[in-house]
Structure formats: structure tokens, C-alpha cells
Design a protein around this ligand. Structure first.
Ligand code: NB4
Ligand code: NI
Length: 186
């Protein structure tokens, strides 16, 4: 399990590196890494546990954020209607975005990051629909097509694996100006 003390903060060079490909068969360390990252997300979404252990809630977590410069990220996007059936629960290994829609989307509340303690206000424009090629735990190549909120989360995590942080994408001069065709997701 990870706690906030284990989360690497902005300024640490590991957050600005392109991470290394994960090798197969998965080492025991990589299996534990995947399990611990997903466990953090599950526990951080458990209000009582998160409160008790002062965890910042998360719907995604990338390996560089726990100091491991490898191409692995956990995503757990809950379904507000039915908490037992998340919209997306997946470990992305060696993910590559192979298709981006022209249509843009942004979260209406902007974004935050467990590795960025300051609040950076503004819209983070991203693709509304993406196709991701990634490896599963057995090393088989898989394809995932996501749209809207889950797609935003996946893009935020895959950015981490390539050394990008969300505020890199905020318009410095006009942080709340969006291309009018951008879908705003609440
Ligand atoms: C949108 C949101 N971002 C939360 N935090 N930030 C994160 O997840 C960062 C990654 C997200 C920032 C924007 C896109 C990806 C972590 N990152 O830095 C990883 O790289 C939330 F916590 C959150 N939710 C909604 C669902 N709720 C279910 C019940 O539990 C509370 C939880 C709160 N929604
Ligand atoms: Ni982040």
C-alpha cells in the first residue's frame, strides 16, 4: 500500500523523464507495483480509510509518481450510479495512444495531480476519444477505446509516463478559454 509520503512531488526529475518499457514476463516487483498502485486508488476512494490515513483521492496513478520510472499506470474510474461497477478499472502497461479524435474535451473543474501540491486553475484540453494499445499482464497486446471522462483520466496518466504534467496543457494567457467546439465534462 502507498501513503502520501510515498508520492513523488513536482520538482523531482523522475516526473519529467520518459519512463522505461516494462519487460515480460513481469517481475515480482512489477506485479507488486501494479497491485499497490491499484490498491492506493481503491483505498483513496474509500472515504473512511482515506480520511483516517489522509489520502488524497485518486482515479489514476502512474508509476513515476511512486518513484518508478516504468511504463505502467493504474486507472480506477468509479461509476457514480453503481460503485460496484467502475466505468474503467485497468492497469495500463506500455500504453501508447494510437488514435486521437479531433474533438477536444476538458473537465469542467480543471485537473489536479497527486504529485502537484499547488492548485493550477484552468481547463486542460485533451482528446475526447482515444484508442490505446497496451500490454496486459501476460504481455499480450490489447486495444482499449475510451471516450469522455475515462479518456481524460487515461491521457493524464499516459502523460505522466512521458514526463508531462497537466498544467503543461493549460493556456497560460487565458486558462479558461476553450476552443468553442470543446466538450466540457462535469
Ligand atoms: C477527476 C478526479 N480527480 C481526482 N483526483 N485526482 C486524480 O485522480 C489525479 C488524476 C486525475 C486528474 C484529472 C484526470 C485524472 C491523480 N493523478 O495525479 C494521477 O496521475 C479525484 F479524486 C476524483 N474523484 C471522483 C471520483 N470520486 C469517487 C469517490 O472517491 C473520491 C473520488 C474523487 N476525480
Ligand atoms: Ni497526476
Amino acid at each position: 500500500m502507498y501513503f502520501m509520503k510515498d508520492i513523488v512531488r513536482d520538482g523531482d526529475p523522475v516526473l519529467r523523464k520518459v519512463a522505461q518499457d516494462v519487460k515480460f514476463p513481469l517481475s515480482d516487483e512489477d506485479k507488486a507495483l501494479a497491485a499497490n498502485m491499484m490498491e492506493y486508488l481503491v483505498k483513496s476512494q474509500d472515504e473512511e480509510y482515506a480520511e483516517k490515513h489522509q489520502l488524497r483521492a485518486g482515479v489514476g496513478l502512474a508509476a513515476p509518481q511512486v518513484g518508478v520510472s516504468e511504463m505502467m499506470a493504474a486507472v480506477l474510474v468509479p461509476n457514480e450510479e453503481d460503485p460496484d461497477k467502475p466505468l474503467l478499472k485497468i492497469t495500463l502497461i506500455n500504453p501508447v495512444i494510437v488514435r486521437n479524435s479531433v474533438q477536444r474535451a476538458a473537465l469542467s473543474e480543471g485537473e489536479g495531480c497527486l504529485s502537484v501540491d499547488k492548485d493550477v486553475p484552468g481547463f486542460v484540453p485533451r482528446a475526447d476519444r482515444i484508442t490505446i494499445k497496451y500490454d496486459d499482464f501476460e504481455g499480450n497486446s490489447q486495444t482499449l477505446r475510451v471516450k469522455g471522462y475515462p479518456a481524460i483520466v487515461c491521457q493524464h496518466e499516459i502523460d505522466h509516463l512521458n514526463g508531462h504534467l497537466y498544467y503543461d496543457k493549460i493556456n497560460k494567457k487565458e486558462p479558461f478559454t476553450l476552443d468553442p467546439s470543446t466538450v466540457v465534462i462535469s
